[in-house]
Design a protein around this ligand. Structure first.
Ligand code: ZN
Length: 139
């Protein structure tokens, strides 16, 4: 069995944003040489997510509005977590609902995704360097 590990790095200037990382993950699959197996992709931070959905800008706007309704960034003082001096309580909550990781099947050397499925990195507390892990196993 082959095993492969790589970290993907991100530095979004904005506080929040979504990045389509499907080509990066497929590049990892290519590099791994795995033809049949599984790819795990997870955020290595508790204020960002990895999830699968449509690459459609209207939907991304809807995700952002919906998350801001559920857990608005302001007022920062409304969150107990921010009593620590941080201002990112909303980012922890947004990450929790959007998820930590995805697992995708690899078939014949390709990510075996549904027609409209794409893999995204979701940032909720940007402005600094962050990373996601890609782990691939198979043969
Ligand atoms: Zn925090």
């Amino acid at each position: 069995m082959k095993s492969y590990r790589k970290e993907l790095f991100f530095h979004l200037e904005r506080r929040r944003g979504f990045v389509n990382i499907t080509p990066d993950v497929q590049a990892c699959v290519d590099e791994s040489g795995v033809r049949e197996g599984l790819a795990l992709v997870n955020s290595m931070h508790i204020t960002s997510s990895v999830f699968i959905n449509d690459d459609e800008s209207g939907l991304h706007h809807d995700f952002d509005s919906w998350l801001e309704k559920l857990a608005p960034h302001e007022p920062v003082s409304s969150y107990r977590h921010n009593d620590t001096g941080e201002d990112n309580a909303d980012a922890h909550l947004k990450r929790q609902i959007m998820g930590r990781e995805v697992v995708v099947a690899i078939t014949k050397g390709r990510l075996d995704l549904g027609t409209w499925e794409r893999i995204f990195y979701g940032e909720f507390d940007g402005g600094r360097r962050k990373r996601a892990l890609v782990k691939i196993i198979g043969e």
